[in-house]
Write a protein that binds this ligand. Sequence first.
Ligand SMILES: [Zn+2]
Length: 393
Amino acid sequence: MWYVASLDDIRAGRVTDVYFRRAVEVLRAKDADKPVVMEVTAASLPEGYAFGVLAGVEEMVEVLSGRAVDVWSAAEGSVFLPGEPVVRLSGRWCDFGELETAMLGVLCHGTGVATKAARCRVAAGERSLLSFGARRAHPALAPSIERSAYVGGCDGVSVVASAEALGIPPSGTMPHALILLAGSTETALVWFDEVIPPDVRRVALIDTFEDEKFAALAAAETLGDHLFAVRLDTPGSRRGDFHALAAEVRWELDLRGYGHVQIVVSGGLDEADILRMNDVVDGYGIGTAISDAPVVNFGMDIVEIDGQPITKRGKKSGVKQTWVCWECGARETLPDAAGPSPCPCGADRTPFLEPLLSAGEIISPLPSIHDLRTFCLGQVSDHLRLTPSADFR
Ligand SMILES: [Zn+2]
């Protein structure tokens, strides 16, 4: 038995909390279904986060496709803050209410991964950032997880199927298994260099048998100009001061004329580790921190019934729109009926929510994944530039 729901199961409302199904049964029996507007909002973010990065919109479209519901959404890759609606749905509740479980699932999960990837990207600056964490999650989810990681700012992903879905080459180095089976790091490197096409970068894993410093020098001597990087995946039991270890490798490589050999690190690292390692590291493979990132706890709430504002305790009623000024960074969430208003700085503001689905049909084609990633990186850097107090840590 393989415990993965199909898209058909999800669209049919079978991946729903049963209380939604019972609510539909009651409302239909009492002829009490009504037109509602619902909003998806995060009341807070994971501890220490100053912003979120929205992801999962394309999969949300798949879930809602064909349902009698109009949807407005912020673009995938958008920076958002707590309290700002990122999605608005309008229709009769019984036509789409049971999909809340699945909709929030794709948004909460995708956004958690994309936000963590963005935090790692901000920490890493221009250094390379690869998603290596597929092995820490269910394999059926790998393409979804790595898509969100890519939107959030990873340069590449390690899983073949994920990379195919993204239309990019998969990224990777060599496993310890190759070195163990070849018998030595040098033999593995020579074999790799002989067999693997030359457009694949040669990255030597240097923590299998020997001390990293001597293994790095041996790898550089073995492959010379062919060696692109050495990768330190040093186990925790041997790690000690990982920064000092990488700095020592950098020093010895430079001293012997191997300044072209980059240093890549991996193994249980997160954005705080990236900040500590940046001065001696050229690239990162980030695993669990991204693939098992804290989810963003979006809620989905009715804010209007039959055109009248109403909501539960603890929420703001009425349909809302967030206006973003990319001149000064000011953001304001207002009643939607208030319409656009200029920013106090005098510049025009951009509406956060744009029409996405009309009666379950997509209004305009979704942007390419590469455009979404570029949009995300621009949003994050604009947000940090305009609100320097938003320390992402
Ligand atoms: Zn402004």
